[in-house]
Design a binder for this molecule. Structure first.
Ligand code: 5GP
Length: 344
């Protein structure tokens, strides 16, 4: 399989944080508009570099200083959608944490509206991509803020005719007790929102077990679910029994050193079980990757054939937060692609 095969393969991206997905070009333009930033700021990890999760989170703080206006947020969202569309991502769920910046007048409301406007503007162009939005809860913030995010998501879901589809739970996994947010997840579910929660990104079996009881619709990372990665048989059995899809981000885990190397990645374990797995980028800008590259790394590392890669991509459609009509449309696109890709 050539690099072109992975670019031409139609794909679904379900785990992409907007501010982590900023490309080098967009970042350069934003920095120039700002009249430059402190040259010591590190705004992405180049290919092959790795560091700690702590450094990854420090980087987000700097990126947020660059994307501190509604105009910047609009540009980032608009560009990220175009970049995913250019590598044949046909369905994209973006996620982002509503953020205010008093110094520029950006409020959480104007932030969310800017993101939505960019998505809507892209949908008026002739791009072959469907985009949905997930609002993110940062676990470093109080539970009351998380509840506001749920209400904001529910409000904008109504206002946008279903463009906002769910709630994400993210932020530094070593911060605080995630179980405190359970009432928030329950409220999100009550309001009809889907739950895509970062879970077991680092070993935290008690917290993970408590949060699992809300039965998330999808799990981000799930690195430490199995007993040999700091989880437990109980966690693994729950996830397996409920067939909760895993959003797996290979390069992200290597750079953040929560996984030692590609060939140790838990993708292999869950894939071999026949468990629902979706390959995602997490933060394509920060980790200098693309979804096509992540597919290519998976194929090479785990010796998967073109048919297996096509199937993996096709099965991802089952786990999107959109209705059967959208799934049907996507499945047709995938089937049509088979001949073009010479996949038997
Ligand atoms: P934003 O929500 O500002 O668009 O995207 C950046 C934010 O996403 C970060 O500040 C962090 O809260 C979250 N995020 C991005 N990547 C990761 C990750 O790998 N793990 C976790 N737990 N959170 C992440």
């Amino acid at each position: 399989m050539t690099p072109e095969f992975f670019i031409n393969l139609p794909k679904v991206e379900l785990h992409a944080h907007i501010n982590g997905s900023i490309s080098e070009n967009t970042m350069a333009a934003l920095v120039e508009q700002k009249g430059g930033v402190d040259p010591s700021w590190r705004l992405a990890f180049k290919n092959g570099e790795s560091d700690t999760l702590e450094s990854v989170f420090k980087m987000f703080k700097l990126i947020h200083k660059v994307t501190d206006t509604v105009e910047a947020v609009y540009k980032v969202t608009y560009d990220v959608i175009h970049e995913f569309a250019a590598e044949n991502v046909k369905y994209l769920e973006l996620r982002t944490t509503p953020r205010s910046e008093p110094s520029t007048g950006m409020t959480k409301l104007s932030y969310v509206e800017s993101v939505i406007r960019a998505i809507q503007d892209c949908s008026k162009e002739s791009l072959d991509i469907i985009v949905r939005l997930i609002l993110a809860i940062d676990r470093r913030h109080p539970v009351s803020v998380a509840m506001e995010t749920v209400n904001l998501a529910a409000e904008y879901r109504e206002k946008t005719d279903g463009l906002v589809v769910g709630i994400d739970f993210s932020g530094d996994p070593n911060a605080g007790d995630g179980a405190e947010f359970i009432p928030v997840f329950e409220e999100g579910r009550r309001q009809g929102l889907k739950l895509a929660l970062h879970l077991a990104e680092v070993p935290a079996p008690e917290e993970t077990w408590k949060i699992l009881q809300v039965t998330p619709d999808r799990i981000g990372h799930g690195t430490c679910l199995q007993p040999d990665t700091g989880g437990s048989k109980q966690l693994e059995d729950f996830v397996t029994r409920h067939r909760i899809p895993l959003e797996l981000c290979l390069t992200s885990n290597i750079v953040g050193k929560t996984v030692e190397g590609y060939d140790n990645h838990h993708f292999q374990y869950w894939y071999d079980l026949g468990h629902p797995c979706v390959i995602c980028t997490d933060d394509k800008g920060v980790f200098s990757t693309t979804l096509s590259r992540e597919y290519s790394i998976a194929a090479e590392t785990f010796s998967l054939s073109d048919k297996q890669m096509w199937d993996l991509s096709y099965r991802s459609i089952d786990f999107i937060f959109s209705d059967e009509h959208v799934k049907h449309m996507l499945r047709k696109k995938w089937t049509d692609s088979k001949d073009r890709l010479s996949v038997k």
